[in-house]
Structure formats: C-alpha cells, structure tokens
Design a protein around this ligand. Structure first.
Ligand code: NAD
Ligand code: DAU
Length: 339
C-alpha cells in the first residue's frame, strides 16, 4: 500500500504520517508538500530516517509535477491535507487560498482520475458549516447541516468539498471527506490560538484575545483526528462525508486562562484586542455518524491533552522558537501591532 500524504510537513499531516508509519510499517508513505511558511522539514525529522517514507517537495497546483509523482509512486490512496489553513491570513489575502485549497485539490483529483486510485480522502473542516449561536447549546453540526461559510478560508474549503463530491458523482472517483473541529497538539504552528498563547505566556508577552473571548471552539487532540482519518480511508464508504469532533466545547478566554494557570503566569497578561472580521461564534460537531458506522470515539480528554501539549512546547522550544524568530515576526507585527 502506497499513500501520498499532501501537506504532511504541516501540523496535522505530520502527526498523521507518524501515526501511519508506526501503525503500518509495511506501508509506503510519500509526503508531497511545497513547504510554505507553515511547512517545516524539521517536523518530519523522525520520519526522514524511515525507509518506508519519502519526502517530495511539490506544489499540489503544479499539474506536471503531481502527475510525475503519480507515475513514480503508483499510489493506492491520497490523503489531501495540503491547504492554506489560517483564517486570519485568508482575510488579509484570499487568493492563495483559492489556488491551493480549490485548484490544488482539483489537480490532485485529476491525477487520481488519470492514474486510478482506491481512495482520495479530502481533509476538510467544520468551518464549512458556518457558525452556531451561543444561546442554542442544543444545536450541533451534522453531515446534513447546510454549507454556510464565513471566511475566504472556509469558502475555499467548502468549494473543494463540493468539487470532491462532484468528482465522485460525475467520474465515480472514490472520494471520502472528513470535517473536523479545531485540533491541538504537537507541531501546531505558532500563529494558532493555543501555541500562540503558550509561546507568548512563556515570554511574558501580552496574550491577544479577540473580541470578548467568548467564541466557542470544539477542541480535539490531533492524534484522535489522525485515528479517525485512518478509519475512514480503510473502512469509510466512498461518496460519504464524516464529521469528526469530541464534544469538547470551550470558550477562548477559558483556554487562555487555563494556559496561564498551567504555566504559572498571571492573567494580567491577557489583552483584549479588536475582533476578527466575520468571527464565527460557535463550532460544535455531532460525531454520531463516524461513531455509529466506524466505531470512532475520541480518546484524549482535554485536561490531559492540553497538559501533554504544553509539555511538548516546553520540551521542543527549538522547533517553535526557530519559527517565531523568522519571517513570522513580520506577520505578528502586521496582525497584532496597534490591534
Ligand atoms: P498547516 O497550515 O499546519 O499545514 C499545511 C501544510 O500544507 C504545510 O506543510 C504547507 O507547506 C502545505 N501546503 C500548503 N500549500 C501547499 C501547496 N500548494 N502544495 C503543497 N503543500 C502545500 O495546516 P493544518 O492545521 O495541519 O491543516 C491540515 C488540513 O486540515 C487543512 O486542509 C485544514 O483545512 C484541515 N483542518 C485543520 C484543522 C485544524 O484545527 N488545524 C481542523 C480541521 C481541518
Ligand atoms: O474548526 C477547524 C478550524 O480550526 C480549521 O479549519 C482551521 O484550519 C484552524 O486554523 C482552526 O480555525 P480557527 O480560526 O478556529 O483557529 P485559530 O487558532 O486561529 O483561532 C481559534 C479561536 O481563537 C478563534 O475564535 C479566534 C481566537 N483567537 C485566535 C488567535 C490566533 C484569539 O482570540 N486570539 C488569537 O491571537
């Protein structure tokens, strides 16, 4: 079995590669990633020594390069993680989101059509459903919830989902889609809420909470997401969408306070800043379908997962300090100075 994992030098893709290499030592795992600001080869250090693993620097929008890779590797499956993933960046500059998230997905699926594939799996997001009101805790996203996006990022992911489903119906491509809630864990890029707050708190810098901090996200430990995708690619049904989430809804402000407490830092570091444009209020996944059909359940409780994550950032300072000392500095200034 050969699996091409696109975007495998990023947060979730790298965790998925480590999961697969450990669980299926006889599989060949090929990572296709063009190493944008969010992709780091150092993240894959532990995989590069593995003879079952190959890293290939490829942009998924580059049709010729993608077709060449398929001719070399004859993959049985593709798991498409490659994407521009940060909502704030999509608000600043949408175009690259349309290129990678929509066109890149189409190129990958065209290659699958041309060369044949057992499964193309599209890693999508709960953000395609838009948001839920804070005063309706009884509402959850199911696979039947209408697509109703808010940001250029979520719109580009929704477009890719629709394209994937159309390739299934029109060409019979064996596609599955997973829509997961917010992940956290090792190798999470420091621009995202949890690692940003850990890094800033450790440096005694202000902790920039958007708006009132009352927006709710449904957090899932990244390993649980990887296990769900593993189940879907092996046992999920082509043409189906699976929601992934752990019923772990938390307000941003409570997460930030929890990080302060764990690190022994004062809550006075918390600074309320101008809200994100179009900021989604609440995400909450109903994971009943994947539980019922594939037996998936999240294994890591948030209290344990957040402790493990903080510990990881304490033990792997080199990884994230190198990132935040580079071009990330300019991004941080643009985003947070005078906010
Ligand atoms: P990430 O930003 O950490 O990593 C993205 C990776 O894709 C990077 O390695 C980057 O170099 C690579 N990439 C970007 N453009 C590329 C291109 N044109 N060609 C090849 N490689 C390219 O993202 P992540 O948080 O790991 O998210 C992975 C996937 O999961 C995305 O599709 C995202 O929409 C989805 N998702 C993320 C979350 C989350 O909480 N992070 C939740 C649900 C779904
Ligand atoms: O729900 C899944 C999505 O989760 C994925 O599809 C996206 O790729 C991923 O980036 C994530 O999107 P969010 O926008 O929810 O994640 P982010 O970490 O950027 O923000 C989480 C919440 O924290 C959100 O309500 C905005 C808020 N926030 C974020 C940052 C970076 C702050 O208050 N301050 C910050 O500095």
């Amino acid at each position: 079995m050969t699996i091409i994992v696109t975007g495998g030098a990023g947060f979730i893709g790298s965790n998925f590669i480590y999961h697969m290499l450990e669980k299926y030592p006889d599989y060949r795992i090929v990572c296709a990633d063009c190493l944008t600001y969010a992709g780091n080869l150092s993240t894959l250090k532990g995989a590069l020594e593995n003879l079952s693993f190959r890293f290939c620097k490829i942009n998924i929008c580059d049709r010729e390069a993608v077709y060449r890779l398929f001719e070399e590797e004859h993959p049985d499956m593709v798991v498409n993680f490659a994407a521009e993933s940060h909502v704030d960046r999509s608000i600043e500059e949408p175009e690259v989101f349309l290129d990678t998230n929509i066109k890149g997905t189409a190129v990958m699926m065209d290659a699958c059509r041309k060369y044949g594939i057992e499964r193309f799996h599209q890693v999508s997001t709960d953000e395609v459903y838009g948001d839920l009101p804070l005063d309706r805790p009884d509402l959850f996203f199911t696979e039947k919830t209408p697509i109703h996006t808010s940001s250029p990022y979520s719109s580009s992911k929704a477009a890719a989902d629709l394209l994937a489903l159309s390739y299934h119906r029109t060409y019979g491509l064996p596609v599955t889609i997973s829509r997961c809630s917010n992940n956290y864990g090792p190798y999470h890029f420091p621009e995202k809420l949890i690692p940003l707050m850990i890094a800033n708190a450790l440096a005694d810098k202000p902790l920039p909470v958007y708006g009132e901090g009352i927006n709710v996200r449904d957090w899932l430990y990244v390993e649980d997401h990887c296990k769900a995708i593993d189940l879907i690619i092996h046992r999920g049904k082509a043409g189906e969408v699976y929601n992934i989430g752990g019923h772990n809804e938390m307000r941003n402000i409570d997460i930030v306070k929890m990080i302060c407490k764990e690190l022994g830092k004062p809550e006075s570091l918390i600074t309320y800043v101008t809200d994100r444009k179009g900021h989604d209020m609440r995400y909450a996944i109903d994971p009943a379908k994947i539980h019922r059909e594939l037996g998936w359940l999240p294994e890591t409780k948030f209290e344990d997962g957040i402790k493990k994550t903080i510990q990881w950032y304490l033990e792997n300072r080199e990884w994230w300090q190198e990132i935040i000392s580079g071009e990330y500095k300019g991004y941080y200034e643009r985003m947070y100075k005078n906010r």
